[in-house]
Ligand binder design. Structure first.
Ligand SMILES: [Fe+2]
Ligand SMILES: [Fe+2]
Length: 268
């Protein structure tokens, strides 16, 4: 016999679910740029292709999080939230690809050695919910939100500025649900599992340093990547200067994510 309790979430889940459902159409539509309104930019098209790979990786990661939540008999409200977030990530992927196209063409080939790996995230994984909550949630969502906050003042193209502003609002809700799951899950884990999770968090940060920022890339790739971001920042098309992005990463890791994870019991 299999039990299917189908639990509801508490008020906090219900509130986040409501907030997602109540978003006005203007927030969820992400309009396309008027044809020809964006400049041609060889750096910009690569940068926005990378953004598309990164957003696309969040789609299978959200699906994996949902599967883990079902296995753990998590609340239905949380499942709804994850499904909506999955749809958000599809929209973010589409709009990033669109911007890349408008800037000169979407690049569909991820270079060897890069940390972006959306396809492998769609493979079956044997990871429980806390692992997905930390990688896909606490680290990625928090960092991506703060990177957007750093980039926004450097964006001079009005369409790109408006788009990043909208996407940021989604990421704020995504980060909130991630931390809510973490607060429920992490303090209840036994010590060995908390240690495993802390180890995993370190691995996740290492991936971030080859994707979201450039700090752990091999020298040549790091130089290339920094030149790219600096060029995009100079053109006002979406990035911040590389040094600023790296500084944001360190600040988010050391002053936001690590202290919060320690507070939830992880030995980091
Ligand atoms: Fe996203
Ligand atoms: Fe997100």
């Amino acid at each position: 016999m299999t039990r299917v309790p189908l639990a509801r979430g508490d008020d906090r889940y219900v509130r986040i679910r409501r907030a997602l459902i109540d978003r006005p159409r203007s927030r969820t539509e992400l309009p396309l740029a008027a044809p020809g309104s964006l400049p041609r930019s060889s750096a910009g098209r690569v940068f926005w292709s990378q953004r598309a790979w990164s957003e696309f990786a969040a789609v299978p990661a959200m699906a994996q999080t949902s599967l883990a939540l079902v296995r753990q008999r998590g609340p239905l409200d949380a499942l709804h939230i994850l499904a909506v977030i999955g749809a958000d990530e599809v929209r973010h992927t589409e709009i990033s690809k669109h911007i890349a196209e408008e800037l000169g063409g979407y690049v569909d080939e991820i270079p060897e050695g890069s940390g972006f790996r959306p396809n492998s995230l769609a493979e079956p994984y044997d990871l429980s919910l806390p692992f997905w909550a930390i990688s896909n949630g606490c680290v990625s969502e928090t960092l991506s939100l703060e990177l957007m906050r750093t980039r926004l003042p450097h964006i001079r193209d009005p369409y790109v500025h408006a788009t990043v502003t909208q996407v940021m609002k989604d990421e704020m809700v995504h980060a909130r649900i991630s931390w809510l799951l973490a607060e429920e899950l992490f303090p209840r884990m036994d010590r060995t599992s908390q240690e495993e999770l802390a180890e995993y968090a370190r691995d996740v940060f290492a991936v971030m340093e080859r994707t979201f920022v450039t700090t752990a890339l091999p020298l040549e790739a790091r130089r290339r990547e920094r030149r790219l971001r600096n060029a995009v920042a100079k053109e006002g098309l979406g990035a911040a200067p590389s040094a600023e992005e790296d500084a944001t990463y360190l600040r988010v890791r050391d002053e936001i994510v690590l202290p919060r994870l320690r507070k939830l019991g992880l030995p980091l």
